[in-house]
Design a protein around this ligand. Structure first.
Ligand code: NAP
Ligand code: G4F
Length: 330
């Protein structure tokens, strides 16, 4: 019989890639969609017709209980969240409700419906929980034992989600795992995140639709990988006999300036500086200056390794945005 998976956050970047992967593996895929007029419903119905959509919201426990009862899942992937760090500073309470307490709601929905012994659970934890400060940053990158020091309402909410997942593992014997994922990007990345914001702008500049891009702090460094590689790691975590926590990262870190250099190079521009203006609107009250992950445990235990390198990622994203913009009218 086909395995059944329930994904929260099905309309997001990782939800897209994970649904593709699980469908290829023969799973019956259920996805939670929120809101009465979610425009992404039509996109999923057209592009991923195999996904069975269930209306629910991470802040509404009754809807989650109904979703779990309907899907009867072997595996639950909790990807749903307010995931934009900048947004979380201006919207800390809703971030706490969705990104933090939403995790508890899903875990409880599984328990209330008697699924704690049968359903395996994946929590989308994040490198944002580390904070990138000198005192807790090992030279060879953060690993599963590094100290947490979140620097945003998003990071703090995620830390609650991380610990409540571990608590349900320890308290109720749930097969509940946390993937501590470093930044991962691709053509399905939301337009407000810095990589996609850049590749979208580069495509428009190339086609003469825009003459510059406004960004915030250009100095932070990130460990950027490809989202398609990372969902494979999520799945592998839930195939282990025992639950656990795993870092997924590339082991390399790059500045936003380096991303800009490669992206502009794709359209034949060597010096991006005349095309970039800094706007304080995009600066954060507290910044994570550097993120670098050490994926040694995932490589050893899960046999996982990223496939797409930094240059390949930038190329893929610029090409995708040029294709999209070329098809659109001005
Ligand atoms: P994303 O594209 O922003 O997707 C977030 C998803 O959460 C969307 O489907 C959104 O649905 C859903 N959602 C938001 N509020 C909800 C609510 N109240 N009820 C139900 N669903 C809700 O994020 P992503 O990049 O795919 O990331 C997936 C997960 O991994 C997130 O939890 C993120 O925090 C975490 N993570 C991401 C990265 C990364 O680099 N991408 C790294 C580490 C961890 P709507 O369409 O309705 O808004
Ligand atoms: O692309 P970002 O918004 O990603 P950030 O803050 O690293 O968070 C992402 O990765 C986390 C994993 O580490 C996830 F948990 C989280 O859900 C999300 O997917 O910003 C990256 C960097 C930051 O330092 C930011 O200050 O880019 C800087 N930046 C500079 N200008 C900008 C901009 N970020 C955005 N979003 N927009 C700008 O204009």
């Amino acid at each position: 019989m086909a395995k059944r998976a329930l994904i929260t956050g099905i309309t997001g970047q990782d939800g897209y890639h994970l649904a593709e992967l699980l469908n290829e593996k023969g799973y019956e895929v259920y996805g939670i969609i929120r809101g009465q007029e979610n425009p992404k419903r039509l996109v999923i119905e057209q592009e991923q017709p195999y996904v069975k959509l269930i209306e629910a919201d991470l802040t509404d426990m009754t809807s989650l209980v109904r979703a779990v009862k309907t899907a009867q899942p072997d595996e639950v992937y909790n990807l749903g969240a307010i995931s934009n760090v900048g947004f979380s500073f201006n919207n800390p309470q809703v971030t706490a409700d969705i990104t933090g307490k939403g995790v508890l709601n899903v875990l409880e929905a599984i328990r209330i419906t008697g699924g704690e012994k049968t359903a395996r659970f994946y929590q989308a934890s994040t490198s944002e929980m580390f904070g990138g400060l000198d005192y807790n940053r090992p030279g060879d990158g953060y690993d599963e034992n590094s100290l947490f020091h979140p620097r945003s309402p998003y990071g703090v909410a995620k830390l609650y989600g991380h610990w409540i997942t571990k608590n349900y593992r320890e308290s109720y014997g749930m097969h509940a795992s946390c993937g501590i994922l470093f930044n991962h990007e691709g053509p399905h990345r939301g337009i407000s995140f810095v990589t996609r914001k850049i590749t979208d702008a580069v495509a428009r500049i190339h086609l003469g639709k825009q003459d510059h891009i406004e960004l915030g702090n250009l100095d932070p460094k990130r460990d950027w990988g490809y989202a398609g590689d990372y969902v494979e790691g999520m799945w592998r975590m839930l195939q282990q006999d025992k639950p656990g926590d795993y870092i997924l990262a590339t082991g390399e870190t790059h500045t936003i300036g380096e991303f800009l250099t490669l992206a502009f190079k794709e359209i034949g521009i060597d010096d991006w500086k005349p095309y970039v203006k800094q706007n304080p609107l995009y600066m954060r009250p507290a910044e994570v200056d550097i993120l670098l992950g050490n994926p040694a445990k995932a490589e050893k235990v899960l046999g996982w390794k990223r496939q797409v390198d930094f240059e390949g990622l930038v190329k893929m994203m610029v090409k995708n945005d040029i294709d999209i913009q070329s098809k659109l009218a001005n």
